[in-house]
Design a protein around this ligand. Structure first.
Ligand SMILES: Nc1ncnc2c1ncn2[C@@H]1O[C@H](COP(=O)(O)OP(=O)(O)OP(=O)(O)O)[C@@H](O)[C@H]1O
Length: 338
């Protein structure tokens, strides 16, 4: 008898090679750039994308199990609900397919809709639901089947920020109570950091990093993740050097023949010439997006947070020519190699 939870080793030729192991009750965030293979991984686990290898859930080999017998819950970004069904019938559908009698299935469906805060919408069809309401129904449907594996593909995408925030809090509550393995594909660092116990980073169809959200955020191995968690990142060969926007010192740069400031006295590795591309408030600070580069060679786009007073005093508006520098001690170096 193998360990409970999820143990998968799947290959989708040309698109994905991935291994995932997760204990029951764990929530795994799957992150990575567009085309990294996130949806393909979910499809391979769900059985909707043809894959070779092995998928074992709760001690059972899913390759031999007909799709309808898999205890699987899925929530996709959209198109999740069946257009002609009332919410209560949609939630009950999976239960009935598994042999739960009609009245019992309806009772459980209503209970789950209530839990997700949409019990009063039980008789509506998808066309009569907002995006957030439809997603609540979809989550109710996924959880009502008491799945051993729950797959969530960008469940908050396309929702208004406020609606997404409410749903995120709600989902966190249900995930905490959920006893199976959940995989959550997300483009949002906040989701990965707040909802997940583990993070799996995909890049070009391969798993390039796994670890706790804290660990992955603190030691990103890909540019994508560094940016996702709001760090500046400069790549040098196989090394990623990352630093916080608040660690960047900004000083004005003199125009040719002008009386501007000289380059800061730091090594060239920690200093960039650039031009402010955008200025926006960010919490108590002012956030500058700076396009760096010199002599026509574009450098990295960097973010610097300065105080509002400094922004005014130094004339930091779009178009301003600046030096950015960062203390060597504020820079963290990570290898991109696993
Ligand atoms: N049906 C398909 N047939 C062939 N190749 C596909 C198919 N779907 C996706 N791909 C390719 O497989 C790779 C992984 O795609 P996938 O959609 O899994 O990435 P993703 O990480 O989910 O991206 P996104 O965040 O953009 O949804 C990409 O190179 C993509 O072009």
């Amino acid at each position: 008898m193998s360990a409970p939870g999820l143990h998968a080793d799947v290959t989708v030729p040309g698109r994905l090679v991935a291994r995932v192991d997760a204990a029951p009750g764990r929530v795994v965030a799957v992150i990575g750039p567009n085309g990294a293979g996130k949806s393909t991984l979910l499809g391979a686990l769900a059985g909707t994308v043809a894959a070779t290898g092995r998928v074992e859930v709760a001690g059972r080999d899913w390759s031999d199990l007909p799709v309808r017998e898999r205890r699987l819950g899925v929530v996709f970004q959209d198109r999740s609900l069946l257009p002609h069904l009332r919410a209560r019938d949609d939630v009950a559908f999976g239960l009935r397919a598994r042999g739960v009698p009609r009245r019992e299935a309806d009772r459980r469906a209503l209970a789950w809709l209530d839990r997700l805060g949409v019990g009063d919408l039980a008789d509506r069809r998808p066309a009569q639901l907002s995006g957030g309401q439809a997603q609540r129904v979809a989550i109710a449907r996924a959880l009502a089947g008491e799945p051993e594996l729950l797959l969530l593909d960008e469940p908050f995408a396309g929702l208004d920020v406020g609606v997404a925030t409410g749903l995120r809090i709600e989902l966190a509550r249900h995930l905490a109570a959920y006893g199976g393995v959940a995989l959550l594909v997300t483009h949002d660092a906040l989701d990965a950091l707040t909802l997940a116990d583990e993070v799996l980073v995909l890049d070009e169809g391969r798993v390039v990093q796994t670890g706790s959200p804290r660990d992955v955020a603190a030691h990103p191995r890909t540019e994508h993740v560094a940016r996702l968690v709001g760090l500046n990142v400069v790549r040098e060969g196989d090394e990623l050097r990352s630093f916080a926007p608040s660690a960047v010192t900004v000083s004005p740069r003199g125009t040719v023949g002008g009386t501007g400031h000289d380059a800061p006295a730091t090594s060239a590795r920690h200093r960039w010439a650039g031009r402010v591309a955008a200025v926006a408030p960010h919490g108590d600070a002012v956030r500058l997006l700076v396009a760096t580069g010199s002599d026509g060679e574009p450098g990295p786009e960097l973010i610097a947070d300065v105080t509002p007073a400094a922004a005014v005093e130094l004339g930091l508006q779009a178009g301003a020519e600046v030096w950015l520098s960062v203390k060597a001690t504020a820079v963290q170096t990570d290898s991109m190699r696993p």
